[in-house]
Design a protein around this ligand. Structure first.
Ligand code: AMP
Ligand code: ZN
Ligand code: FE
Ligand code: FE
Length: 274
């Protein structure tokens, strides 16, 4: 059994449609895959049809943009009711804020000689339910301003650079409660990647566990061996499930994020979802 618990389709900022993603998961030898688009569940139905066709297990998921003490934290949610009113309301706030920041972000790029309009971003975003900075990056690539998404995230679209505009995120503890209220399980995504490492100490992870957190994504391409070893100890001490995943985005991220780059132990999967 090989299960990858964190992937993105074109319904957010991945480049494969949900069906393509599931078919590729099966071809790469996975027996299960979770679709976890940013702040959106719109890809679930198409992914489920494809999973039924190719005979692998689909775990229906999401990656929610949350904030804890001013720092961005990504929360994976699994197997919850996607119509739960309070959860839907909170996800709507995040999606709306993603859309509302676009004109301001493009104005700022314009001040620095990057001329892109909203239609051009929405065109490259295709059928995405949640558009994000990677789509702005794609529009910049399409118009020849930059070579790849890497360059956008190095020189333009991050805090301190010209094309960064913040947006609304759900409170981390609220998001855990909402997913639980909707019948689902939660896992902190790439807990010690980027800036969240400073905030998500063993103590804070303990508070999150007490608040109903189900697991920690230990095996992620952005975690080195030391981070994985430390997070393993913390998860074991707290009785949390340890998951492994790729954070696959199709061609939108490097090869280290290939499908199945990390997988989740069946026992841990059962502990999380069982
Ligand atoms: P946003 O959803 O607008 O906040 O954009 C953040 C998303 O951009 C992350 O969730 C990643 O999927 C993606 N991302 C972050 N850094 C990079 C990078 N260096 N290259 C490609 N995609 C990235
Ligand atoms: Zn993404
Ligand atoms: Fe993430
Ligand atoms: Fe992700």
């Amino acid at each position: 059994m090989r299960v990858d618990l964190h992937t993105h389709s074109s319904r957010s900022d991945g480049t494969d449609t949900p069906a393509e993603l599931v078919r590729k998961a099966a071809e790469s030898g996975l027996t299960g895959v979770a679709l976890t688009d940013h702040d959106a569940t719109e890809g679930w139905a198409e992914a489920q049809d494809a999973a039924d066709e190719v005979g692998i297990r689909l775990i229906k998921g999401i990656e929610i943009s949350t904030v804890f003490e001013g720092v961005s934290v990504h929360l994976l949610g699994y197997e919850f009711d996607p119509t739960h009113p309070e959860l839907v309301g909170e996800l709507d706030r995040v999606i709306t804020s993603r859309t509302e920041r676009l004109p301001r972000l493009l104005d700022r790029l314009g001040e620095h000689g990057i001329e892109i309009n909203a239609e051009e971003v929405l065109a490259v975003a295709g059928d995405a339910a949640a558009w994000g900075r990677p789509h702005v990056a794609d529009a910049m690539i399409a118009k020849g301003y930059i070579a790849d998404r890497e360059e956008a995230f190095r020189d333009w679209l991050v805090p301190g650079k010209p094309g960064y505009v913040g947006r609304y995120s759900a409170d981390l503890f609220d998001a855990i409660s909402l997913v639980r209220a909707a019948g689902g399980k939660t896992v902190i995504a790439h807990a010690w990647a980027r800036e969240s490492k400073k905030k998500l100490t063993a103590e804070v992870l303990g508070e999150l566990a007490a608040a109903g957190l189900g697991g920690i994504e230990v095996d992620h391409p952005d975690h080195d061996e030391l981070a994985r070893a430390e997070l393993t100890k913390i998860a074991d001490a707290l009785g949390l499930a340890k998951t492994g995943s790729s954070d696959y985005h199709g061609t939108g991220k490097g090869h280290q994020f290939h499908l199945g780059a990390n997988t989740t132990d069946p026992e841990q999967l059962a502990r999380l979802l069982g």
